[in-house]
Design a protein around this ligand. Structure first.
Ligand SMILES: O=C1O[C@H](COP(=O)(O)O)[C@@H](O)[C@H](O)[C@H]1O
Length: 234
């Protein structure tokens, strides 16, 4: 694990974009495709600001969702909707490069359908994403994996439905730890003092909270934080 503590949010955005560019280059050279999982929340703004400045073969990108809210794309809570509005207009990505949930299916079918879409792309039992871009809520959740929730123990499903998310909206689909921790690289990016206490609990006190359970077994893990978020970190 590597922690990059940088001065400002602009520095975080730049360092994040650089790491993504490196990961994409490596993946495209090795396999001709870059498969990346994205999260929602504040990460959307970081990517919409940083990614237009990188150099990459955008046609080789396939984008998946670490978690997605079970709402139609035109709902303000939709993570795909946020990328469609804030990222897609600024980079040469087509909407078809985003592998999305079908929110017209019942929730549990929607999760199973999304898992199948991922399995078909990877053609392996437990896919290994080139990169997962993760956020952390002030309660320590990542993806839609919340503290003390039974989904933290999920061992069979790679993509699970959740209907009792403590953060609205309550219905979502999410990657589970067997999938997250099989990725080649995970990067957390966060800024602001609202994350500082939880970062200390996870990275210094090592409390077993969801974001602290991200630990790719054969991959790399980076935390990129600004001075305010990393206030309690050495
Ligand atoms: O609800 C969610 O929250 C987390 C954290 O969001 P942030 O705004 O605090 O960065 C996000 O990573 C996740 O994808 C999203 O569904």
């Amino acid at each position: 694990m590597e922690i990059l503590k940088l001065s400002t949010e602009a520095d975080v955005v730049k360092a994040l974009a650089t790491k993504i560019q490196e990961c994409a280059k490596k993946a495209i050279e090795e396999s001709g495709v870059f498969r990346v999982g994205v999260s929602g929340g504040s990460l959307v703004k970081f990517l919409a600001t940083g990614l237009p400045k990188i150099s990459t073969d955008w046609s080789k990108w396939e984008l998946f969702f670490c978690d997605e809210r079970y709402v139609p794309t035109n709902n303000p809570d939709s993570t795909f909707g946020a990328y469609k509005e804030h990222l897609v207009p600024s980079v040469p990505l087509n909407e078809s490069q985003f592998i999305r949930i079908n929110s017209e299916l019942p929730l549990s079918e929607c999760a199973a359908d999304y898992q199948n879409k991922i399995l078909q792309k990877f053609k392996s039992d437990i896919p290994s994403f080139d990169l997962l871009l993760l956020g952390m809520g002030p309660d320590g959740h990542t993806c839609s994996l919340f503290p003390s929730h039974p989904l933290l123990e999920e061992s069979k499903l790679l993509i699970a439905p959740i209907s009792d998310s403590p953060k609205p909206p309550p219905e979502r689909v999410t990657m589970t730890f067997p999938l997250v921790n099989n990725s080649k690289c995970c990067i957390f990016a966060m800024t602001g003092s609202g994350k500082a206490d939880m970062l200390k609990r996870i990275l210094v006190d090592r409390e077993p909270l969801p974001a602290g359970m991200v630990n790719p077994k054969n991959g790399k893990l980076y935390w990129i934080v600004d001075e305010a978020a990393g206030h309690h970190l050495p």
